[in-house]
Design a protein around this ligand. Sequence first.
Ligand code: 13P
Ligand code: SF4
Length: 319
Amino acid sequence: NVEKQALYDEIAAELKQRNAVLVAHYYCDPEIQALAEATGGCVSDSLEMARFGRDHPATTLMVAGVKFMGETSKILSPEKTVLMPTLEATCSLDLGCPVDEFSAFCDQHPDHTVVVYANTSAAVKARADWVVTSSCAVEIIEHLDSLGEKIIWAPDQHLGRYIQKKTGADMLLWDGACIVHEEFRARGIAQMKALYPDAAVLVHPESPESVVAIADAVGSTSQLIKAAQTLPHQTMIVATDRGIFYKMQQAAPGKTLIEAPTAGEGATCRSCAHCPWMAMNGLDNILHVLKTGDQEIFVDPALAQRAKMPLDRMLNFTA
Ligand code: 13P
Ligand code: SF4
């Protein structure tokens, strides 16, 4: 529509004027993902967002996603200006892992290697030996396990349990959870499977163990998009944030994608397969922030320097 196009054009002009690039996560609304594609930015998972922002020549990064993604970009590129549509967009995993409590836990187990998920604050990353995302977590834990290391894993308990089961590594798990993925239920998915018996079930490993157990493919956002493309099934029941459908449908154009049901479907649902924090990103606040420079991410330089080490390890490991 004409209004949307005018807004797109205005944002594109502001990006250009600021020498800025838009980096968006797959869970953002489709209109933001389309804008990122149209303006030479990127739409990807949390690992590739970090790498793209670091390597892109733009002097300003507009990171559409949640706060830890903006912080990661700033830690990797301290010389760049990192803006976000809103600094209020956080994550239940980040909130569920306060640095003081986490540090005390690490101090109690000094013989353990500390591995944290990217969905954490800069301060928690600064306490870690390794940062991982869901697309490289299994390989990195396998690697550490092969060296005989004992591991502290935080904050997502479901992802941690999945990796522990898959690798047999010795892992102490923090008890965090993602409010979107923890709502998926095996029973609801099994009922849906009865309606679509030929469908494949695709599951992000932040989901409960019982949901992972009935999956045909388990993986990070980018791995699930790949699975939708490569599995022979015509229909997919997808247990992750519905923002992923935009890219998944592009990757598998002829296929039918169905949202997996959540426990609280209806009035009581807290998240209903769409992250409330990802949903805070919009075209309006992107334009406002580009015009005003509001909502800039700052990370304490000493903390950033310490947090960069485990992030660099991850990026080098997956390069
Ligand atoms: P990935 O893109 O790393 O799979 O991240 C999932 C997620 O929940 C990010 O918020
Ligand atoms: Fe955090 Fe879950 Fe939202 Fe991702 S989807 S940002 S893990 S709350």
